[in-house]
Write a protein that binds this ligand. Structure first.
Ligand code: ARG
Ligand code: ASP
Length: 709
């Protein structure tokens, strides 16, 4: 199906924001909307296959974030929280780059990151008709999916590309459109610079998902290429990459109403769920996940506060568990406050009315089908979330037992050979896990979360080991007698032949307990979930198509799926609640207002305090003030972190890194009144590099411009 936008232009462009658009399809309506918002760019300035365009400077960063090229020598800018793992991996007590920051003063000092990759998008082609070749409505879902996957493999194999390029096909509009991406993956990415955590993560978890914000959330890397400027694994001989385009940087700053374009790789959204689907997330699944994480976080936090070593070991794990815990709370509040479920019901009423009026036969059962299927999947999804959250994410001993379970499965399926391969890989992973493990912390988490699991999982999915509910006794027994609470113990269990290992594992009390949970998951939960989920996806695919037909003047953008997107908007404050208005720009004085000496989250480096006192902002300040963060109406989600914010002329003005509390529901319901993305003002980034760190060498590589003057 070819999707063509047909909405007439709304007079006040401010009303029609929201949406993550495909860069190769901007001509026409998106281009006009952008210009109404103040843009001077054409669709071709943004995406062009034959000439250099903005897209050549936008790079998928290590699979999860976005980054952009800001110099002719392949200098990359992304968030501090995106480079966090790399910065941490180079840190030690003697050279603590997380604490003190890191700045390479020459190419030679840049640090290699063996497993890091970045990906460029060279070309995007619509391959929908090839993917649907031979597919008919009379086929059942399983055969349909099989044929579609075969066709996708054919398209990928036959794609026109250079030998160093890759091809992959992604589904859009819930499986109604398929696009082919030709990409280039670079593998020699080196760390160039990072501010101290007290700047790059200022405000930490307390300020996370919040406005007003004052975080200098950036770090810098460089892409290296072979002598032909092509991808190559790390080598001393590699040279800095020469880009087709890099972003000039504007020193003119932002004010309310300025055009903003965010260009990046949003991960996942769910904008076309039926009301019953949102209802289930908000009222059943999110509360369960929030409760589990809240209990785990409370326990871990109490240990982190009284023990310095535990604090270091758990810092990164704690931050990632806390990130989505906090997001789900905000999401639930936002959905309720904005009446999102009610609004969806209204829309569905109208949908049904039109379907009946126009007698659109194939669409009449969609909403009742959703209702029935969501009812059926509810207990399965809930059980699945308990397993994922308790076993996979929060109780480390259970997560470890799961990895060992996979080793045993490899033996049962692949014999001694399969076992050998799996053991090696698992031991390497477990070594890393145990480096940051404390059984003392994990034990109370186990007891608490396992009791919750037993009490709250739908009855039919409770594993039989949980019928005995004396969890204090069980916990003590496991953490005293199981070998899987230490790396030594695990190594011992995993030594010997596959057969011996299997016997030893099954005699271990901790393993026995975990295995019961994993078998319940694989035998009872997962097959049922997959089967129902496939049916829901089939209905959702039809519903998506139906929505576009039934509401031909409404705008529909495809849900985020980790592919390159453009979202445009303006710099705007918002009104979070009655009688309160949030200004769209924060300043360095706000950092000083929040300053708590020696605090874990709100300490401020002495040098930054001094720069504030002397107002030594150089060309980066404006009227004696230093801007730090600002808000926009760009529709973003996880994965957009590190995305460039681009002005009306194609220059870099900011670095996207978060959203505001009231608007975290934008993944299901974008509301232009309260959904805002949060960006670092690029002048703050330059100020920190130049005035704080003295890394003038980096500033000299960049192109600084004054488009407004
Ligand atoms: N909330 C942001 C995002 O979803 C930033 C998270 C990093 N910061 C933190 N304090 N955990 O990724
Ligand atoms: N902080 C998110 C990220 O890391 C962005 C967001 O969810 O708004 O991609």
């Amino acid at each position: 199906m070819v999707i063509s936008p047909v909405e007439p232009i709304v007079q006040d462009a401010r009303n029609i924001q929201g949406g993550m658009w495909i860069p190769s399809l901007l001509e026409g309506i998106n281009e006009q909307e952008m210009q109404q918002l103040g843009s001077k760019l054409t669709a071709k300035d943004i995406y062009d296959v034959n000439n250099s365009s903005l897209k050549d400077a936008i790079v998928h960063f290590n699979g999860g974030c976005t980054s952009e090229i800001i110099s002719p020598k392949g200098l990359l800018l992304t968030n501090h929280h995106c480079g966090y793992g790399a910065i941490q991996s180079h840190s030690s007590i003697e050279n603590d780059y997380l604490k003190n920051g890191f700045w390479a003063k020459s190419f030679k000092e840049e640090l290699a990151n063996p497993n890091m990759t970045v990906t460029f998008i060279k070309r995007i082609d619509d391959v929908t008709s090839e993917v649907f070749a031979g597919v008919s409505d009379t086929m059942d879902e399983v055969s349909k999916m099989k044929l579609i996957n075969q066709n996708i493999n054919k398209v990928t194999a036959n794609a026109t590309k250079e030998t160093w390029q890759k091809a992959n096909v992604k589904s859009f509009y819930k499986g109604n459109q398929y696009l082919l991406f030709i990409t280039e993956v670079y593998k020699d990415i080196r760390l160039v610079g990072a501010p101290p955590t007290a700047i790059g993560k200022f405000g930490a978890d307390t300020d996370n998902w919040m406005w007003p914000r004052h975080t200098g959330d950036f770090s810098m890397f460089r892409i290296y290429a072979d002598a032909n400027n092509r991808p190559a694994v790390y080598s001393k001989e590699n040279v800095p990459y020469t880009p087709n385009h890099y972003l000039p940087i504007s020193l003119d700053g932002v004010e309310e109403g300025d055009f903003t374009l965010v260009f990046g790789f949003p991960g996942r959204t769910n904008e076309y769920l039926p009301a019953v689907g949102i209802d289930q997330i908000v009222n059943v699944l999110n509360p369960a996940k929030i409760e589990i994480r809240e209990n785990a976080l409370k326990i871990v936090d109490s240990y982190m506060r009284k023990n310095e070593a535990v604090k270091i070991k758990y810092a990164s794990k704690f931050a990632s568990i806390a990130n989505y815990w906090k997001k789900w709370i905000g999401e639930n509040q936002g959905i309720k406050k904005s009446n999102a479920i009610e609004k969806k019901r209204e829309l569905e009423k109208e949908f049904s009315k039109i379907v009946i009026e126009k007698d659109l036969e194939g669409y009449k059962t969609l909403l009742p089908d959703f209702k029935q299927l969501y009812k059926e999947i509810e207990s399965v999804s809930l059980a699945r979330d308990y397993w994922v959250e308790v076993v996979y994410r929060n109780v480390e001993l259970l997560g470890i037992s799961f990895r060992m379970f996979q080793v045993e499965q490899a033996y049962l399926r692949g014999g001694e050979q399969g076992f050998e391969k799996s053991r090696e890989a698992t031991l390497a992973k477990l070594k890393g896990i145990f480096k940051n493990y404390s059984a003392e912390v994990d034990k109370p988490v186990f007891e608490k979360l396992v009791s919750l699991y037993a009490k709250k999982t739908p009855k039919e999915f409770v594993p039989s080991v949980m019928k005995d509910t004396s969890f204090t006794k069980i916990t003590n027994n496991i953490y005293t007698n199981s070998k899987i609470t230490s790396f030594e113990g695990v190594k011992e269990l995993l030594s010997g032949s596959g057969k011996e290992v299997s016997q030893k594992l099954n005699a271990d009390i901790g393993y026995q307990f975990g295995k019961e949970l994993h078998t319940t998951f694989y035998n009872k939960i997962e097959p049922k979930f997959q089967q129902l989920n496939m049916q829901i996806s089939a209905v959702q695919k039809k519903y998506m198509k139906a929505l576009m037909e039934v509401f031909p003047t409404k705008r529909f953008f495809p849900d985020a799926n980790g592919t390159l997107r453009v979202t445009y908007g303006q710099v705007r404050g918002y009104k979070p609640r009655d009688a309160v208005y949030y200004e769209p720009v924060s300043y360095l004085e706000g950092v000083i207002e929040k300053y708590v000496p020696d605090d874990y989250e709100f300490d401020v480096p002495q040098k930054l305090q001094d720069l504030y006192k002397s107002k030594d902002y150089g060309q980066y300040g404006e009227n004696g003030k230093m801007a730090v963060n600002f808000l926009g109406t760009n529709h973003t989600t996880g994965g957009n972190s590190g995305s460039p914010t681009i002005d009306a002329y194609g220059n870099l003005i900011g670095l996207n890194f978060d959203r505001v509390w009231e608007g975290t529901m934008s993944d299901m319901n974008y509301d232009p009144a309260i959904c805002r993305n949060i960006m670092v003002d690029i002048r703050y980034v330059l100020f920190i590099i130049d005035k704080y760190a003295g890394a003038k060498n980096l500033i000299d590589e960049m192109t600084l411009v004054h488009p407004k003057k």
